[in-house]
Design a protein around this ligand. Structure first.
Ligand SMILES: C[S@@+](CC[C@H](N)C(=O)[O-])C[C@H]1O[C@@H](n2cnc3c(N)ncnc32)[C@H](O)[C@@H]1O
Ligand code: SF4
Length: 383
């Protein structure tokens, strides 16, 4: 069994606008929408320029992410999707996801959105506690988030995901339990729940370095993670990746395709593309993107992947997933040298019970997932 999946691919489209910056987020975005029209024109041009890249392979998933896709009007969203659908061979049952911020999701917006080809809605809720939302500089309140989910259900969305963050400064166990209780009462199909990371360049990072906020203890973060895993499991969710949980049949096909190493094209500033042999990333700079797309110049960088890169990619994308690391794949795709390097690195975690080996597959346990950064460090091959 090898790793290359032929004939299936995904498309990611980055909408690089936000109304304001959340204090934890370092995704590429501009807080001015002055250049939205020009961006949309360039985006269309990029899609057309690159329509031959997948050589007719079927597109199984389209993902509008950001930034904030819900800052687009419905006409703008429809127009982007029309360009993709007209220029690529998109499967009839393709999963088409749209990321959104709760306060953009008015009933009338949702009603119109549900009539577009979008069939999966991802809502960035982060927390149901207003003081957490204020601390993060989010622009919505908890009641708006709950209403957005209900309105989405009432306007016909039946594949809804919400994002939640744990490990927030001052977040108590009680507060986190309350968040999960509300999330589970909403009858949604998917939850992405990330542990807060303090990324360089963010307000939170600055506040951490200057002592204005404190990280939660590892113990409390672990207890929050464990509680999340246990409660969601009890409620019928499957944890198919460290931060992703779904009801049966509702895994994100788009994110799964990253983890299963299918090809994808990424459009828009900062978007990445991957075709198994090459990784390419558009420069994270809106002005540069608009100018250079229009002038038919290069606005991306790329790297051709050698065996070490591909082995390391396999670790990064697969270790934290339900699919885990396959001994057969290690042998067939990378050879004995990488297989024995992997086996040496994983041994102590097998001994300590952080990793299980079953039917030729290595999977992290819940305890193992929590220390996955450390495990990863021991498994990445440095030339
Ligand atoms: C980049 S956002 C885009 C979605 C939308 N704009 C929103 O804010 O909800 C995607 C998700 O990444 C997660 N995220 C971003 N930065 C993070 C961080 N530093 N730590 C943990 N989660 C983070 C948040 O849960 C967020 O909903
Ligand atoms: S979390 Fe979402 S809304 Fe907030 S800055 Fe990041 S992309 Fe924008």
């Amino acid at each position: 069994m090898g790793l290359i999946y032929h004939g299936m691919a995904g498309i990611y489209i980055h909408i690089p606008f936000c109304k304001k910056k959340c204090y934890y987020c370092n995704f590429y975005k501009s807080v001015s929408i002055n250049r939205k029209e020009d961006f949309l024109q360039s985006l269309k041009k990029e899609i057309l320029q690159r329509k031959e890249e997948l050589q007719g392979e079927k597109i199984e998933t389209i993902y509008l992410g950001g930034g904030t896709p819900s800052l687009l009007t419905i006409d703008e969203t429809e127009d982007i999707l029309k360009t993709v659908l007209e220029n690529f061979s998109v499967s009839k049952n393709a999963e088409i996801t749209f990321e959104s911020n709760p306060d953009d999701l008015t009933y009338s917006y949702l009603k119109r959105l549900s009539a577009t080809p979008v069939n999966r809605l991802s809502i960035g809720i982060q927390s149901f506690k207003d003081s957490d939302l204020a601390l993060m500089n989010r622009r919505h309140r908890s009641d708006q988030a709950i209403k957005a989910v209900k309105d989405a259900q009432n306007t016909g969305f039946n594949n809804i995901s919400i994002d939640l963050i744990y490990g927030l400064p001052k977040q108590t166990m009680e507060n986190w339990k309350h968040n999960i209780e509300i999330a589970l009462s909403l009858n949604i199909q998917h939850i992405s729940s990330y542990c807060l990371t303090f990324s360089k360049g963010t307000v939170f990072y600055h506040r951490l370095k200057t002592g204005k906020i404190k990280e939660l203890s590892d113990e409390l973060c672990f207890n929050q993670f464990k509680y999340l895993v246990e409660q969601l499991k009890k409620d019928g969710f499957e944890q198919y990746e460290i931060s992703n949980f779904s009801k049966p049949g509702y895994r994100s096909r788009h994110n799964s395709s990253y983890w299963l190493r299918k090809k994808y094209l990424g459009f828009g500033p900062s978007a990445h593309s991957f075709d198994f042999n090459t990784r390419r990333w558009n420069k994270a700079d809106l002005e540069y993107y608009i100018k250079n797309v229009n002038e038919n110049n290069t606005y991306w960088e790329y790297e051709v992947l050698d065996t070490t890169d591909r082995y390391n990619d396999y670790m990064i994308t697969s270790l934290r997933t339900v699919w885990g690391i396959s001994e057969d794949v290690l042998r067939s795709d990378f050879g004995e040298k990488y297989l024995s390097f992997f086996k040496k690195g994983i041994q102590s975690y097998l001994n300590s019970g952080h990793v299980l080996f079953n039917s030729g597959n290595y999977n992290l346990t819940t305890d193992g997932l929590f220390i996955s950064d450390m495990v990863m460090e021991d498994l990445l091959y440095v030339n």
